[in-house]
Design a protein around this ligand. Sequence first.
Ligand code: DON
Length: 315
Amino acid sequence: MARNELIEKTLADAMEYARTFLHTGKVATYIPELAKGDPDRLGACIITTDGEVYHAGDWRQEFTIQSISKTITLIMALQTVGYEKVFSKVGVEPTGDAFNSLVRLETKNTHPLNPMINAGAIATADCCMDSKDPYGGFLALTRKLCRRDTIQLDGAVFESEKKAGMRNRSMAYLMRGDNILEHDAEEVVDLYFWMCSLSVNAEDLANYALVLSNNGVDPRSGVKLVEDWIVRIVKTLMVTCGLYDASGEFAMKIGIPAKSGVGGGIMGTVERKMGLAVFNPALDPKGNSVGAYRVLEYLSHYLGLHYFSGSGCAV
Ligand code: DON
């Protein structure tokens, strides 16, 4: 497929459409360093399986990966300790609660309900601590998936998260008390905060999403980066839990396996077709980016990207 004018035009129109909603969102303030984000920034990138790259707006702007890292933490946990151990600590059911909720750790059972909420990602980060080099290994995996060797930590956000992260610490201590965490609670949350604080741009996340869309193989190099069974698990959880308590609505209206983060990113993967990522720091009350949501909504509608699109994909 040569450069596709329909994708180019639809992406430009999607940006226009999304801009009209930006005023309805607010940047995250519970991590003070994130409050510095500019709610008017909007950037996007689409990369198709034939290697064409489509950019729009502030796609070069870096932002912290935040909860999108939860998908990479899950990959690393499964690669490090395997299926049985990971899913003895964390479930696979949506919660309907906010991403930082503690309530189910007490009332449902002691295990976090899925790896895409904070409690679940802290449990999978605990599994990553079994690796020889949890920090180096995670950075190397992220760089490989995003196809950029210069991805680095945003140290200011990391320090800010550590200072502000009392709810996450509470979850870690509860889970340590229930023997779900096997390592020191402080050490596990530090790793979790660090994973959330890597600095990426829309193109990095579109590269990663492309690998997921192509069954774990980078279509440009032909290199297999993630095992089939792990890709299947990650994409399934992106469908059911990727946008927290907005996951059902997103699945129904947009129908793209996706993961959001409070840094303003949403990454989406369209089976065997493309990886996409959109960035805008204005968040809705559930912590999902307003601009990114709207760009994906428009693209899904006009390019027929919904996984149950009756009339088929237009590209
Ligand atoms: O745990 C936190 O608060 C953040 N580091 C990550 C949360 C996040 O991105 C939730 N996303 N919508």
